[in-house]
Design a protein around this ligand. Structure first.
Ligand code: NOJ
Length: 557
């Protein structure tokens, strides 16, 4: 495999609004990221992905861009970004931005001009269609719920928005739009950005046959994914984007691509000459131990997860490099998703952190993950701030849930859990800001915070550091990235085990992802314990003995 600079990535995602406020307005900013570079270097990461910092009315917290060339004043200015890039480089850290080009904000001047004159030049920048019989052009449901179409006042026209109505979809069929995007991407690369996480990129191409389909919900709409996700022909746009921009700068790009991508096109996406460097592996995202499906069946859930993780490895083999992650700004915290509440402690948290950390691929952490930040359930729907939360809440009510049931469902699934301010210390507002933050701090910050864990050699943070340094070590870096992957103990319930092998080096990774101990036969000769979240002896009567939620990594011969 051709080696690339980004292959050694230990990435860290930052949600700037909630990372660190330095100017006392209760909102995180770019200077706040710069202020913590030493902390991030201490953890061992070497790539940062910044969630959107472009100018935005923030209806979707930055995923609605109203000026692609400006930084939103709430985050600072371009000089702050330049300073961040330079200081990060000094510490061997590269900065990636978020590239949101499936849609703009409805306040983007292009869209404002499109509304004024839908038949004019800017009308062609978006997807605008005639209504049918006084209704939307078709009955697609938006990804956030409700119709995917919004009526344009005083006309019989509607515009398409796969996300909120404040995020009109761009018309990628229009070459003028594409060129505008490419030029903008290159301007950021010229400024010194080393790449992008590319938002909602599966949706660029729509199937313009726009069929009305039988509804699949009480709202009368239908999930239209087959018509707007990885539709045939999307590759033409993606390859043009890559050739005209990323490739010229040797940029690192991580595509947000749903894992329903057909196996036969994977190489086109992430092969040596693929549209992107890598894509996220979302295969764990739907698992939640408190969902109706898995309640009281944690071991069965782990086994189902194992199946998916391993199947994904099979599919990806020889085709490219996956980006393994567990948390992001759209998902509840991982420990809440995979561990039953009564079992949450250092052992289960550290084991969970390792569940996909040593699989082939690169890894990305999310802010707060290494200190084990938790979900923050709310007592009333008014305490939430994200439009998608409210749309889902209304949908639940429409589908017959009571208000209490709908709130419980929101508390289980909302992406807002991941967006609470970063817990730096046990001082006011957890050290995130000197003012009342834009979003409530999780009250558990006195127990869970960075300062306390940084001082403690036995903390979760210290364990994440150990995992990172093992992955980055001269001795094993190549093995974890490029080595063969072979499942081990595959039929053992609640155990996710595999061998990683490169040439004559072999490492066995075992996650005992359950609340009871497990005795396993030794598959070879153990040379060394490379990492364990327990100190107890590993061998007992010639077998490997794993404690509840033990993560054990062994070098074997
Ligand atoms: C995916 C992003 O991760 C999410 O936060 C956003 O709301 C949608 N794309 C729309 O841009």
């Amino acid at each position: 495999m051709l080696k690339k600079w980004w292959h050694n990535t230990i990435g860290y995602q930052i949600y700037p609004k909630s990372f660190q406020d330095t100017n006392g307005d209760g909102i995180g900013d770019l200077k706040g990221v710069t202020a913590h570079l030493d902390d991030l270097a201490d953890l061992g990461i070497n790539v940062i992905w910044l969630c959107p910092v472009n100018k935005s009315p923030m209806k979707d917290h930055g995923y609605d861009v109203s000026d692609y060339d400006e930084i939103d004043p709430m985050f600072g200015c371009k000089d702050d970004l330049r300073e961040l890039i330079a200081k990060a480089e000094e510490r061997g850290i590269k900065i990636l931005m978020d590239l949101v080009v499936n849609h703009t904000s409805s306040e983007h001047p292009w869209f404002q001009k499109a509304l004024e004159d839908p038949d004019g030049e800017y009308g062609k920048y978006y997807i605008i269609q005639e209504g049918k019989d006084g209704k939307e052009p078709n009955n697609w449901r938006s990804i956030f719920g409700g119709s995917a179409w919004e009526w344009i006042k005083d006309t019989n026209l509607y515009y398409l928005h796969l996300f909120t109505k404040w995020q009109p979809d761009l018309n990628w069929e229009n070459p003028v739009v594409r060129q505008q995007i490419y030029d903008m991407v290159n301007r950021w690369l010229d400024l010194g950005i080393r790449g992008f996480r590319v938002d909602a990129i599966s949706h660029l191409k729509k199937d313009f046959t726009y069929q009305n389909l039988p509804s699949d919900g009480a709202d009368g709409y239908v999930n239209g994914f087959p018509y707007f996700s990885n539709v045939d022909g999307i590759g033409t746009f993606l390859s043009e984007l890559q050739e005209t921009t990323f490739k010229r700068y040797d940029a690192m790009t991580i595509g947000e691509v749903d894992d329903d991508l057909p196996a036969d096109v994977l190489s086109d996406f992430i092969g040596e000459n693929g549209y992107f460097s890598t894509i996220f592996d979302f295969c764990h995202a739907k698992f939640h131990v408190n969902s109706a499906e898995w309640k009281d069946k944690p071991v069965e859930m782990i086994d189902a997860l194992k199946k998916r993780l391993f199947a994904r490895q099979d599919t990806i083999k020889g085709k490219g490099i996956l980006c393994n992650f567990l948390e992001n700004h759209d998902l509840p915290r991982i420990v809440e998703r995979l561990i039953p509440a009564k079992e949450i402690d250092f052992y289960s948290r550290s084991m969970v952190g390792g569940i996909n950390f040593f699989l082939p691929g690169i890894v990305f952490l999310y802010q707060g993950q290494a200190i084990g930040m938790m979900d923050y359930p709310k007592e009333s729907i008014e305490a939430f701030v994200d439009p998608s939360t409210f749309i889902h809440y209304d949908e639940y009510l429409q589908n017959g849930m009571t208000k209490a049931e709908a709130l419980a469902q929101i508390n289980l699934k909302t992406r807002e859990h991941a967006r609470t301010p970063m817990q730096w210390n046990d001082g006011p507002y957890a050290g995130f800001s000197s003012a009342d933050p834009w979003f409530q701090v999780n009250p558990n910050y006195r127990q869970i915070n960075y300062d306390a864990q940084k001082k403690d050699p036995d903390s979760l943070y210290a364990f994440y550091k150990k995992m990172i340094s093992l992955r980055k070590s001269d001795e094993f870096q190549e093995l974890f990235l490029y080595g063969e992957f072979t499942p081990v103990y595959e039929s053992e319930p609640g155990v996710i085990g595999y061998e990683r092998r490169l040439d004559d080096k072999s490492v066995l990774v075992i996650n005992n992802a359950k609340s009871t101990e497990t005795i396993l036969p030794i598959p070879g000769t153990i040379k060394k314990v490379l990492l364990s979240n327990y100190e107890n002896p590993v061998l007992q009567n010639g077998n490997i003995k794993l404690q509840r939620y033990q993560l054990l990594i062994l070098e074997c011969v």
